[in-house]
Unconditional design. Structure first.
Length: 269
């Protein structure tokens, strides 16, 4: 029995060495950043605060006050410090491309949706975080759980490095007759985090269901988490209570109009 135990321990520790080695090889791999032009232009701090709420930067993955928090086996950093410590260009790379200043990749940053944030909204977000006090880090370590390390090592979890913006047909700007693309922007830069980049391939239901809604139905769903006919919506109850009260009524109207446009329906068949 002792020999078996010693053998098992040897396999566990040697396997762990291989695992950890593989993990560090993957996390130290660097990626070339896209040569995007982004110039921080100052910003509207109030809109930046609203963007932080809508996009889950505050009251979400990074903690109630963006002070950092454990998140799904990872450690989401303190944004009240990060936005002050890094250049605007480095922040753009992290948010839109999923690449740190040193070229290494992030694993949980939702860059597939943040890649569409406008320069102005990004500038407003930076202005907001640079205007508030630096809070003490709520997470004093930068560890990844063993389970996540294993998933990374075998390729189950991939870096979130994002390709060029608007590569796919459903990501192209979609205008209605008035030239209004606000609904498209909201759908692909906010809703897509849960509903997927096609708006029907995520873990949340297809947004084609909105074609059966009235505007009042969508408004109640977004702000109160109440779906038509009393359907259960645990996720939307949370989003409606915490994040989406920050939507303006006109934005919800634009979103409703976009999700009922022929162009949206044609490109999502």
């Amino acid at each position: 029995m002792k020999k078996i135990s010693i053998a098992c321990l040897f396999l566990i520790f040697s396997g762990g060495g291989i695992l950890v080695g593989s993990y560090f090889i993957k996390t130290t791999q660097t990626y070339e950043k896209q040569g995007r032009t982004f110039a921080y232009r100052g910003g509207d701090k109030e809109n930046g605060k609203r963007q932080a709420q809508l996009r889950g930067c505050s009251l979400g993955c990074h903690g109630k006050n963006s002070e950092g928090a454990p998140y799904d086996g990872f450690a989401a950093p303190n944004l009240t410090g990060l936005f002050k410590d890094y250049s605007a260009e480095a922040i753009e790379s992290v948010l839109r491309q999923g690449i740190r200043a040193d070229g290494t990749a992030l694993y949980k940053m939702p860059s597939s949706t943040f890649q569409y944030i406008t320069d102005q909204d990004l500038s407003d977000l930076i202005a907001y975080y640079r205007s508030i006090p630096r809070l003490k880090d709520a997470v004093t370590y930068r560890k990844i759980s063993l389970t996540k390390m294993m998933q990374i090592s075998i390729g189950d979890i991939q870096p979130v490095v994002v390709g060029a913006t608007n590569q796919k047909r459903y990501n192209r700007p979609a205008y209605d007759e008035q030239g209004n693309m606000t609904g498209h922007y909201i759908a692909h830069s906010i809703c897509a985090e849960c509903h997927g980049q096609t708006l029907e391939d995520g873990f949340a239901p297809s947004l084609r269901i909105v074609t059966t809604y009235q505007l009042t139905d969508l408004t109640k769903l977004l702000t109160l988490g109440e779906a038509p006919e009393g359907r259960p919506t645990d996720l939307m109850k949370y989003m409606g209570a915490v994040h989406y009260p920050a939507f303006k009524q006109q934005e919800m109207t634009n979103l409703f109009e976009y999700l009922n446009m022929e162009l949206f329906l044609e490109t999502h068949e």
